[in-house]
Design a protein around this ligand. Sequence first.
Ligand code: MOS
Length: 741
Amino acid sequence: MATNFIGKPKNRVDGRDKVTGTAKYTAEFHRPGLLHGVVVSGTIAKGRIKNIDTTAALRLEGVVEVFTHINTPKQAWLDLSYKDMDAPPGEPFRPLHNDKIQFNMQPVALVVAETLELAQYAATLVKVEYEVEEHRTKLADHLEDAIDGDGFRAGFVPPKSQGNFKKAFSNSEVQLDVEYFHGAEHHNPMEMHAATVFYEEDGSLTIYDKTQGVKNSQHYISMVFGLSKKKVRVLSPFVGGAFGSALRPQYQLFLATLAALELKRSVKVELTRPQMFSFGHRPITIQNLKLGASPDGKLKAISHKAFSETSRFEKYVENVVNWAAKLYDCDNIEQVYKLVRLDMYTPLDMRAPGGATGVYALESAMDELSYKLKMDPMELRLKNYSEEDKSEGKPFSTKTLRECFQKGAAKFGWEKRNPQPRSMKKGHDLIGWGMATGVWDAMQVPARAKAEFSADGTLTVGSATADIGTGTYTIMTQIAAETLGLPLEKVKANLGDSDLPFAFIEGGSSTAASVGSAVQKVCEKIAKKLLKEAGKIKDSPFKGANPEEVIFADEMITDKINPSISMSFAEIMESRELEKINKKYMLLPNMLKQNKYSRNTHSAVFAEVKVDEDLGTIKVNRIVSAIDGGRILNLKTAHSQILGGVVWGISMAVHEDSFMDHTFGRFINHDLSKYHISVNADMPEIDVVFVEEPDMVVSSVGAKGIGEIGMVGVAAAIGNAVFHATGKRVRSLPITQEKAM
Ligand code: MOS
């Protein structure tokens, strides 16, 4: 494969638009006469609305309507079996559907007015009386009520056990039995959730929605309002971060659409940051890890059990305990996953859902075991390195984790580590070095793409996928340019528009492997067509030529054996009197082939922390992250992806914690002054190493998808470093000052 663009550190094609403000986000779209909707949030966790008084709000001039469960028309939710692409088992939440309150900050009214300020003021005048019921929101208090974490959900694999854990554990010379905990987290993208719905003259809707999948939003609106998809166009050209928070249609979309349809006017609804804390979070888990090993460090038995949160109306399942059997060569593994129904909104996928939390506990426990064994923690991992996925009994499509350990350790200087805790002091600071492994899925899902090549030499490719800041525009452009042999400037990529060919929600680190491959394949079809047309030209040297016999580069077709034989695309288009060549492609993953393998990304993470001996303040000093992510499509955007993941891991380790006041069943630190996120000043030196091996099982572009792997393992590496620094094992995230003391 020629590599003019793929793998190179190319700038984002949308970079300039983003930094100059040219790129427009959902709430920035405007038309004259646009109405503003403001959401009134409920204040109890459970019960019903006894009375809702909107008269004071409606009395204000310029307030157009107040929607509540009483006047919301019942033609909505025609199909009660409807589920969005990311829905877990259960019944999705229906805003303003009835008087029932299922979670705190549930939307109870939408005030629509001529101006935003008026709507905001009027919203304060809506008076709600509740009949309060007793709620339960604290996971730890209800473990005896746990139900099985099962049911069908895209990407969810019910955990399996193998061998005989009990027996093997009791026969293990070295045993570890520990409990891990981490707090809840919220996504907090820069851009708030918003929907701007333009009501067109013919009654159709043009909707800008903050979403990770325009087709998902379009399907949702069409189903719940009983509208033909032809009447609903959803756009989301730019997304200011999402991290999973926009995988599911959120209530701003329903409310803005409801108001637009009822009022036959254009309506915008933008949520506030506190309201962002009302529709899903990374759920708390309480995890128990039991590890049994022989004195030489061979794992004999692993048990990983987790309790997690879910709502009353849906069963949110994610892969928390599925990782040990992938990472470690151990015959006896028990994996148990339980849920507790609580009076809260359904938890929501958040970057590396399940993996970030499950691997945190597993890799922290492995570190504890290494001290019990008096063994280097990396050596313990290598001793138990899995050459195949034991839970599936399958080989890995590709796995370069061993090299990740080696290269990461070399870069970090791991061999200089003194294994003794509290041994690496520097003045007032205790220095600690820790490491951990990361693992995540490498998925490919169906995707369609289209391409149009014009006589002026430009190519436009399109797919209804999303770019949530990940670089989708850029890799689509690179892959297209590479495949057809065009300069980057002559390629334009379109996405975030439901008029484009189908793509799934951008999630699960699947987009590069899925949409990327579809773009590659559709461009191959254009290339083939160009060659065919070239063959039709009088006295053509390419008569009957196969694509394998030629090269598509520099806007020309060139004979592979005799490079002096070539023909420019312009010449072909002109001679054949062609204006455009249009092609479509539908990528269906070859599951027969894929299912023969376990498909994963991996990482080796090394962390250095310094802990003030007297104050317990923790500073993450240095991170080295070595990544097994298949072929890297763009070194620059990929590097940024991993940096972002590492930042998330640091933030998870020492900062983020959504604190719920259980008296009210409400997250109370719901803004950025109280919900702490790692900022620039907290950032250490971060080194990213890619250990590439193209994975041709996962995708024809060789990529495995790296949106999430960058964060997995980071929190464990930091926690392990804190132990090495202080000699104190903190088994709960975030590791704050008082816990480290
Ligand atoms: Mo991601 S949590 O799959 O957007």
